[in-house]
Design a protein around this ligand. Structure first.
Ligand code: NOJ
Length: 555
């Protein structure tokens, strides 16, 4: 056993699965998914190989922003169940080897939250300073996050007779984190859910929450936001030693580095790699691995305990905001040319399989790529079976449709009348009759089985979560050949982003080694000069373990 027990750092090799209880499984037949339904599906998730569930907001909400507008940070939305039901989910998940984290949405509350109701009613309210007020909106203003819905981040409230700040919808007033009482509340909220068994949080909109971007020159901004983030992380660690903060920080890599706490790694435990995700789509659109490779190589070096979370799709618009205008247009043209496929001028409302015209080899290649990248992969529910979107649903809701369990009514999500469902079911070529769990469970050639294989191999290759990443030299622009090395193990992955078959020459291996395929049968001998040739079909991919005589790893 090593001096440092790496299993303490479970997040380095986790497989995270994001779901919204509301759209996952309805057990009481009212049309809305519920915690009991989720509990019934925990064995499915454990069987898939998931090790950590990320629950989207399950708190009481008027649903202006699909649950990201909260009226009680300590509550459970009664449509989903009770605290008792949630504890059952957490306990049962733990029994099946899965941790549970949940969204911590503390940049703002709902405008229906009792704090805001009180704050707007009187300047003398003890909650007035929980929010950010101005007599006049600033002349120079930050752009709203939802530009098609809001034209300012400042709205006038008649009762309060002042303007209040809201980075998102006007029904989501921003909390004033510079107020120590607000910071105390946030710690108490975290402590409450940790006590109920959560293993950490996905922290919503971190730069806005910390006001690191500055609120139009406001004096409320924290003097040292990163000191506050460090304090939150150490509070978390004191309560539950191996709990995590998985932060949403869609900024350039060098700015993200600050949110990890640099090489000290004492702020966010993990961050989504939005940059690599966006460049991956550019690479797919161009059939040129270059943009993705350079994004991965440009990741700043951090603490070994920090981790990047990689993903193909999340619950929001597939944002392309960090690409240049012309790059974004390339991705739009390739994967979402129609106006109804785009939102906010910066993102797509589609899921991957329809973007790739349902082409199985290409879809599998992308998920193989995801699981082979250095970091911790995060899946959005339904990705494992190749769900599509419903463009008739508004904006981001297009990808938040009910989970497709069977070919039956409402895709097996609910027995309620379709008009009562939490969201419209996908129609057309990706409808439940074509894409569902029940059918794929029985089909060894299904995407679901392929994803299970990827997850199993990812878990067996700690190099992917822990290792040093290198891009391997080879002649084809469409091919990404990379290696992850950790301890004495090395994994090589080769992906062909283009339709042309390629024979990829690689060099620099130990002549006594063999490259053993991990996703299929086969192995390739290394020539005396240390070179190998890897044959790939169009959109082909291979994971190869560099094995030596007497290797005791599973091959
Ligand atoms: C980011 C979340 O991912 C998104 O869904 C939400 O609308 C905003 N933050 C506001 O909470």
């Amino acid at each position: 056993m090593r001096v440092t027990d790496t299993s303490d750092l479970w997040w380095k090799t986790a497989v995270i699965y994001c779901l919204d209880v509301e759209t996952f499984m309805d057990w009481n037949g009212d049309g809305c998914g519920d915690l009991e339904g989720l509990a019934q599906r925990l064995d499915y998730l454990a069987g898939l190989g998931v090790t950590c569930l990320w629950l989207m907001p399950f708190y009481p909400t008027p649903e202006r922003d699909d649950g990201y507008d909260i009226t009680d940070f300590y509550g459970v939305d009664p449509r989903l169940g009770t605290h008792g039901d949630l504890v059952e989910v957490i306990r049962t998940a733990k029994d099946r080897g899965m941790r549970v984290i949940a969204d911590l949405v503390v940049n703002h509350t709902s405008d229906k939250h009792p704090w805001f109701r009180s704050a707007r009613a009187s300047r003398n309210s003890p909650y007035r300073d929980y929010y950010v007020w101005r007599d006049e909106p600033p002349a120079e203003q930050t752009a709203p996050t939802f530009p098609d819905q809001e034209d300012s981040v400042w709205s006038y409230d008649e009762r309060a007779d002042q303007y209040y700040l809201h980075r998102f919808y006007k029904q989501q007033p921003d909390l004033n984190v510079a107020n120590p009482a607000v910071r105390d509340e946030i710690a108490k909220v975290m402590g409450f859910w940790l006590e109920l068994g959560l293993s950490g949080f996905r922290v919503d909109a971190v730069p806005f929450f910390l006001e690191t971007l500055g609120v139009d020159g406001g004096e409320e901004a924290l003097a040292d936001p990163h000191q506050y983030l460090r304090a939150l992380r150490s509070f978390l660690g004191r309560r539950v030693g191996d709990a995590v903060l998985l932060g949403e920080v869609n900024l350039a890599h060098e700015d993200q580095q600050k949110f990890f706490g640099g090489s000290d790694g004492d702020e966010l435990t993990m961050q989504f790699d939005f940059i690599a995700m966006q460049r991956m789509y550019l690479s797919l659109a161009r059939q040129d691995a270059g943009p993705l490779a350079s994004a991965l190589l440009e990741r700043p070096e951090g603490s070994p305990d920090s981790q990047w979370a990689t993903f193909v799709r999340n619950h929001d618009e597939l944002t392309l905001d960090k690409l240049s205008d012309s790059e974004r247009q390339e991705v739009f043209a390739a994967f979402g040319p129609e106006p109804e496929m785009q939102v906010y001028g910066r993102g797509l409302t589609r899921r991957l399989p329809p973007m790739l015209d349902g082409e199985p080899r290409r879809i599998r290649m992308v998920y193989s790529l995801l699981f082979s990248l250095p970091g911790t992969p995060v899946l959005f529910y339904g990705e494992e079976i190749g769900m599509g979107e419903n463009l008739a649903a508004e904006g981001r809701l297009a990808v938040r449709t009910p989970m497709q369990w069977s070919a039956g009514k409402n895709g097996g999500f609910s027995v309620a009348a379709p008009s009562r469902l939490a969201g419209p079911v996908v129609e057309g070529g990706f409808a439940p009759v074509h894409v569902n769990v029940n059918a794929q469970r029985r089909d060894p050639d299904s995407l679901l089985h392929f994803m299970m294989l990827l997850i199993q191999r990812y878990r067996e290759c700690p190099e992917l979560g822990w290792g040093r990443f290198a891009v391997l030299e080879q002649p084809y622009a469409a091919v990404l050949a990379h290696s992850c090395t950790w301890d004495d193990g090395c994994l090589v992955a080769v992906h062909n982003l283009g339709p042309e078959p390629r024979t990829v020459p690689l060099s620099g291996f130990d002549a006594s080694a063999r490259l053993v395929d991990l996703l299929c049968d086969g192995s390739t001998a290394v020539a005396q000069d240390g070179s190998v040739e890897i044959v790939l079909e169009g959109y082909g991919f291979r994971w190869l373990r560099v094995a030596h005589a007497g290797d005791r790893r599973l091959l």
